[in-house]
Design a binder for this molecule. Structure first.
Ligand code: MOS
Length: 738
């Protein structure tokens, strides 16, 4: 099914199941420990041996000698694999660094050897008996230095970076002429995903057929990348990933755990499982790159923006890409004269890549402090300043490209009203509660809506049970549930009558989970398959498919009806289709909007910061399940607090690695750190986004949070911190100055 014209009324609009806050259908499995994760697949690989990865102890250079003899003799060892005996491997196009080093080393902790043994402890012990000698070369590890030679990156449409730069009108001239100017630089640090489940894989070979049980967001990409890495045909690779304990972008592509398990299993002649230890994840896998961002905004005393410019510098390994932190500035606010630019420096740190709303999350951390600073200069309320600069079309393309639906103003007003924004004092440091200085801050939220081709198969059996099969993943987001709701609504059955099978490359290829496109795209693929199944059932009943009504497990036409179970018969019926989105995302800007509000306390003596209360209002098309959407958004808001106050992968600029590499040194907030979170979704449908009239919502929740926290901290204590994370030492240094 092509989705190339706006949706009209369809069975989803009945909203008997879709739009209801039903519990997760996989909730019981998750909460009883019976949903099997990749490392626990004893059911399919009961005799799996354990693999352990030895990582490189230099960041850049070459392996000059490798001695694995002692490791091979160690107790329990079955095999040791290095580049010398791994067979021919290639780098997948989607990977920046190779998953197995040798002889060249591209980053610290890049896999150098895989040891396979009877037990995990034996494998780990033997890995330490491997003697590796390196010739280290000098690398670049300091972004602030490397940006001096930063280049304009190549366009990469696949990563939302189709244009590194944009320019409209005369930015420099209009900025110079503006009576009110803001010109500030903000920095965000390297960050790590820190998802609960580490990267883990169980791999098994049967002849030349490979099966990989892994933790992965994008099954079809995993098959593609394994095919490219191992130089084997696609038909020989099966990837299975039905349950995932968080991805946050780190599992968009297969990582070293998968390759290590695969090579280990081939060498050992039996299944092998590999999980990365938490301490390996920080340097072995990917991270969100640090940014340096300069924002310039010029306006008149009325606050209407005349010129807006956003430049962002980040670094990556050679061949990598930028953090696209200026992207939202192309679409969020009005202004005739505009420019955005991304510049990319070469850094020899581990591979930088997507994490938790790449681009917009760190971009808004800068832009939305800038808007707060501008509001203060103008003596205009920050909510009002954003309302004055609303624009109903893509401000770079002009009115010929309207937004499919944009209610940022609704989010700002609703959020402000629910939060009690009118009680805020515009002057910092005016509110005290015991030892706490208390402040309120806000920021706009913005995340683009991306739609991806997605296929599904839907069948019905003689008991009237509807089974959906698609390689879509559920990374904790609720995919199982919204897919079940979609199929139940379309087929006119209770949600209990729907079985959802996900995360297997033998199923039709879905959108996968990333960039907040998964829920809307994958459900739309299920919708398309259901339309086909409805037609098949109607034809079998002798009814007109266009007017037949599906309800209560039956199909009705006029006063005639038949049960779906009877029509399915012993053989059952099934249909497969693909949703393909064409044209509407070009003709319309499709984005999601929101507003974040934060109450922060700053200890008047120590500078310690606490988030006391958060509120958010969001406009993201039809909300398929308000309960799972709320869960995603409060989780995202919590992550945003981490970005604002805690999360920093600290670069060792001498040795080119992240120093803090566990959950003690890399702190993340938990829900208990934020006593109260209020979330409201505006009631909207977007007929240009999909047949379900829904959009992405998960990543919207993190976008803007960091700045809302920063602005609340400023309002509480009068210290404007422009270098994230906002830690108490920066507050104390700020106080010393004021
Ligand atoms: Mo998301 S960072 O695209 O998994």
């Amino acid at each position: 099914m092509k989705f190339d014209s706006p949706a009209t009324t369809n069975p989803i609009d009945r909203l008997k199941v879709v739009g209801k806050p039903i519990d997760r259908i996989d909730g019981k499995l998750k909460t009883t420990g019976t949903a099997p994760y990749a490392y626990e697949r004893n059911d399919v690989a009961p005799n799996a041996a354990y693999g352990y990865i030895l990582g490189a102890s230099i960041a850049k250079g070459r392996i000059t000698s490798l001695d694995v003899s002692a490791a091979k003799r160690a107790p329990g060892v079955i095999a040791v694999v290095t580049y010398q005996n791994a067979g021919k491997l290639a780098k997948a196009k989607a990977h920046t660094a190779r998953l197995l080093a040798g002889p060249e080393v591209q980053h610290f902790d890049q896999a150098v050897a895989i040891v396979v043994a009877e037990t995990f402890e034996q494998a780990r012990d033997a890995s330490r008996r491997i003697k590796v000698r390196y010739a280290a070369t000098k690398g670049a590890y300091d972004l602030a230095v490397a940006i001096k030679t930063a280049q304009k990156p190549a366009p990469n449409p696949d990563a939302g970076a189709d244009k590194p730069d944009t320019a409209v009108g005369d930015f420099a001239g209009a900025f110079a002429k503006a009576s009110v100017q803001l010109d500030e630089t903000y920095t965000t640090p390297d960050q790590c995903h820190a998802m609960m489940e580490p990267h883990a894989t169980t791999a098994a070979w049967e002849g030349d057929k490979l099966t990989v049980w892994t933790s992965n967001q994008m099954i079809a990409w995993a098959v593609r990348d394994l095919t490219e890495t191992l130089l084997i045909p696609k038909e020989n690779v099966r990837v299975i990933s039905p349950y995932i304990g968080g991805g946050f972008g780190s599992k968009l592509w297969i990582r070293a755990d998968a390759l290590a398990a695969i090579l280990g299993a081939r060498a050992a002649g039996r299944p092998v499982k590999v999980a990365l230890a938490r301490t390996q994840i920080f340097n072995n896998t990917t991270h969100r790159p640090a940014t340096i961002q300069r924002i310039r905004i010029g306006c008149g005393p009325d606050g209407r923006i005349a010129a807006i410019g956003h430049e962002s510098w980040s670094g990556d390994l050679p061949g990598g890409g930028p953090e696209t932190a200026a992207n939202q500035t192309r679409l969020l606010y009005a202004g005739e004269n505009r420019m955005t630019a991304h510049r990319l420096a070469v850094l020899d740190l581990p591979e930088g890549n997507a994490m938790r709303a790449p681009g917009e999350a760190p971009g808004l951390m800068a832009l939305e402090i800038a808007m707060d600073e501008l509001a203060e200069k103008l003596k205009i309320d920050p909510v009002e300043l954003r309302i004055r600069n609303d624009v109903q079309y893509d401000p770079e393309a002009g009115p010929k490209r309207p937004f499919s639906h944009r209610d940022l103003i609704g989010c700002l007003r609703t959020g402000a009203q629910r939060f009690g924004w009118d009680k805020r004092s515009a002057t910092p440091g005016r509110v005290r509660d015991g030892r706490w200085l208390v402040g309120l801050g806000m920021a706009a939220a913005f995340r683009n809506n991306i739609s991806m081709t997605s296929a599904a198969r839907v069948g019905i059996d003689r008991k009237g049970v509807v089974t959906v099969a698609t390689d879509m993943t559920d990374i904790g987001t609720g995919s199982y549930t919204v897919i079940a709701q979609t199929a139940a609504e379309m087929m006119g059955v209770d949600v209990e009558k729907v079985v959802v099978l996900l995360g297997d490359s033998s199923f039709p290829a879905s959108s996968g989970s990333g960039g907040q496109w998964g829920g809307n795209s994958a459900s739309s693929g299920v919708y398309a398959a259901c339309v086909k199944l409805r037609e098949a059932l109607a034809r079998k009943a002798g009814f007109d498919p266009a007017t037949a009504v599906f309800d209560d497990g039956k199909i009705r036409s006029g006063n005639k009806s038949a049960t779906l179970a009877e029509l399915a018969g012993d053989a059952g019926l099934s249909a497969e289709d693909t949703i393909e989105f064409e044209g509407l995302d070009k003709a319309y800007a499709q984005s999601t909007f929101g507003a974040h509000f934060v109450e922060a306390g700053v200890d008047a003596q120590t500078g310690e910061i606490r988030v006391r209360r958060m509120g958010g209002a969001f406009a993201a098309g039809r909300i398929l399940n308000p309960k799972s959407a709320r869960s995603q958004v409060i989780g995202a808001m919590t992550m945003g607090v981490g970005a604002a106050l805690m999360e920093e992968a600290v670069v060792d600029k001498r040795y080119g690695c992240f120093i803090n590499h566990d959950m003690a040194g890399y702190e993340v907030p938990v829900h208990a750190d934020i006593p109260h979170q209020d979330v409201v979704f505006l009631d909207e449908v977007d007929d240009k986004s999909s047949p379900l009239k829904a959009k992405g919502v998960g990543e919207l929740g993190i976008c803007g949070v960091g700045a809302a926290v920063a602005n609340a901290v400023y309002n509480a204590c009068g210290v404007r911190v422009r270098e994230y994370p906002i830690t108490l030492d920066k507050i104390l240094a700020g106080w010393a100055k004021v």
